[in-house]
Design a protein around this ligand. Structure first.
Ligand SMILES: Cc1ncc(C[n+]2csc(CCOP(=O)(O)OP(=O)(O)O)c2C)c(N)n1
Length: 212
């Protein structure tokens, strides 16, 4: 079985410095497993992670973009799979963290999620490579190869909840987090900080209230 945080730790070990676009519990875990200014926090935009990831992948074609989607979120915007299949960005790797629940809302079950073959829809939509994992050993064996493939790549991770990571809604909704990402992306693409953007490279997560 795959515990979500174990799977994300495996990904983080191989994907140390690239752009990540994520939603909900996965991005909450990821922010703590791999804190990085190039983490794009788009929680709140349910269903939009892959679309935002596509925009970034097109705008930054020489950078890898990893999307950490939720199954509930992706289900709201299945059409994005066809847009991505058509646009075919080689630098996009789209993970769906398939936990069969709307976890951040209190573990409500997602109807039909058990039978959902996201990877099949992605394949039909035109993703170049698709994978599905439910065992950590197999995921560990394949992750390096997956990150080296020309995309778009789709990876369905069947997970169980792992450790309880804090749900830092203040950080993910803050304008500061967005400014930090913009600034880091600008620096990555152009080799220098933009003017009129904060020079901080990591958010201050100290004084947090948690809300949705
Ligand atoms: C369009 C829209 N509908 C409903 C919500 C409320 N909402 C916030 S998170 C969430 C569940 C997200 O589920 P999933 O994408 O599976 O991620 P998980 O919580 O399991 O990490 C819902 C329903 C929302 N933010 N946007």
């Amino acid at each position: 079985m795959l515990a979500r945080d174990e799977a994300l730790k495996v990904l983080a070990a191989h994907y140390t410095d690239g752009i990540t676009v994520g939603v909900y519990q996965s991005i909450f875990d990821w922010m703590q497993i791999r804190p990085h200014p190039l983490n794009y926090l788009c929680t709140g935009a349910m269903g939009q992670a892959a679309s935002h990831g596509l925009g970034i992948a097109i705008g930054a074609p020489n950078e890898k973009v990893v999307v950490l989607d939720g199954d509930g979120s992706l289900l709201m915007n299945l059409g994005c799979l066809f847009t991505i299949g058509h646009a075919a960005p080689e630098n996009l790797v789209h993970f769906v963290i398939h936990n069969r629940t709307y976890e951040v809302n209190g573990d409500f079950p997602i109807l039909g999620s058990k039978v959902l073959l996201f990877e099949e829809i992605a394949r039909i939509a035109g993703y170049r490579h698709t994978f599905v994992f439910s065992e950590i050993v197999e995921f560990k064996l394949m992750i390096k190869h997956i990150l080296e493939l020309a995309g778009p790549v789709f990876v369905n991770l069947h997970v169980e909840p792992g450790e309880s990571y804090r749900q830092d809604y203040v950080a993910i909704h803050s304008s500061e987090s967005r400014a930090i990402f913009r600034s880091a992306l600008h620096a990555r693409l152009f080799g220098h900080q933009p003017e009129n953007e904060p020079s901080k490279t990591s958010p201050d997560y100290s004084a947090n209230e948690f809300h949705q």
